[in-house]
Design a protein around this ligand. Structure first.
Ligand SMILES: Nc1ncnc2c1ncn2[C@@H]1O[C@H](COP(=O)(O)OP(=O)(O)OP(=O)(O)O)[C@@H](O)[C@H]1O
Ligand SMILES: [Mg+2]
Length: 297
């Protein structure tokens, strides 16, 4: 599904290397004296595009560079070379919130919901934070909490540590959605949730995308979920793109040897992938509970 409201993302020839200080095992003195640094290339000349309103999946085994790629979009990791742009505006070189033209355009939901929320502030206060300067911030936060099936009067007043993992992830989603982003990056947001909460979160994403036309970049190990909700998919291995294409083609009948291994390595994935029918976020998914997420304006 495409929409004019979503942001366009373009990554060209991106190289990201992490500096690492050499640590020599079992030799503390040599380690302390050594200033030797070397670089670990995490992304090697990666180019991707996300079209406005589409859901782009990013898959690959652990350490393949998925989080590095999404963090690079938000300027959260140093870029060695290449370019990143969101809606044609150069990004990636510095944290996105320091770029005035992109203020409020994009939101990132991290894998670990507990470390994403301020542990000392109420859930409502964290959800309100992105819109705190707006006069109706409290109403927007309330609406966002309701849209993820959290009670503003009860759950909103709790500290993150007083929520379950699933509730906390939904609070992160509420915080990401409160400013009506045009680009939403989801890094493994459903991996830790049980199936029913996964369905709620995915259902909410589908509602959001239908209503706001948000571009979604969805990082996940769960190939069955990716095949359900992503229009296209990028397969990463060791920081390099193996292939990019429509999800049905890439995951439904994998031809690339690495993708085949990836699909084969997930128990039940082949069966799940061959049995599911792809539909875009915003179409009616099989888990739809019509009452869920309807509060979202
Ligand atoms: N801060 C860092 N310093 C040094 N190396 C890092 C750092 N963060 C990531 N790396 C390395 O970069 C590579 C890519 O890591 P990244 O976190 O992007 O992988 P990933 O695909 O998101 O993995 P996962 O599925 O486990 O989350 C890995 O080899 C990792 O060890
Ligand atoms: Mg990661």
């Amino acid at each position: 599904m495409t929409s004019k409201n979503g942001a366009a993302v373009e990554v060209r020839d991106l190289v990201v290397s992490y500096p690492v200080r050499r640590a020599l095992p079992n030799n503390f003195l040599r380690r302390v004296r050594s200033n030797e640094e070397y670089s670990v290339p995490a992304l090697k000349h990666v180019s991707i595009e996300a079209h406005p309103g589409e859901t782009l999946g990013i898959v690959g085994e652990s350490g393949s560079g998925k989080s590095t790629l999404t963090k690079a979009l938000f300027g959260l990791v140093p870029i060695s070379s290449g370019s990143v742009s969101i809606d044609g505006i150069s990004a990636g070189g510095r944290p996105i919130w320091e770029i005035p033209e992109l203020s409020g355009v994009a939101q990132y939901i991290f894998q670990d919901p507990f470390s994403s929320l301020n542990p000392a502030r109420s859930v409502e206060s964290s959800v309100r934070e992105p819109v705190r300067r707006l006069p109706n911030a409290a109403d927007l936060a309330r609406e966002a909490l309701l849209s993820v099936a959290l009670d503003p009067q009860i759950d909103g007043t709790k500290l993150p540590s007083q929520l379950s993992g699933g509730q906390c992830q939904r609070a992160c989603l509420a915080r990401a959605l409160v400013s009506r982003p045009r680009l939403l990056v989801c890094d493994e947001i459903v991996s830790a949730l049980d199936v029913s909460v996964q369905a709620q979160v995915l259902n909410l994403l589908s509602v959001v995308q239908a209503q706001l036309g948000t571009t979604v970049i969805f990082v996940s190990h769960d190939l069955a979920v990716v095949s359900l909700i992503c229009d296209r998919v990028v397969v990463l291995k060791d920081g390099e793109i193996q292939e990019v294409g429509p999800t049905n083609e890439i995951l439904g009948s994998p031809r690339n040897p690495y993708t085949r291994r990836l699909v084969a390595s997930v128990p039940g994935a082949r069966r799940a992938l061959s049995g599911v029918q792809h539909y875009a976020l915003g179409a009616t998914p099989p888990w739809t509970d019509n009452s869920f997420g309807t509060e979202l304006a």
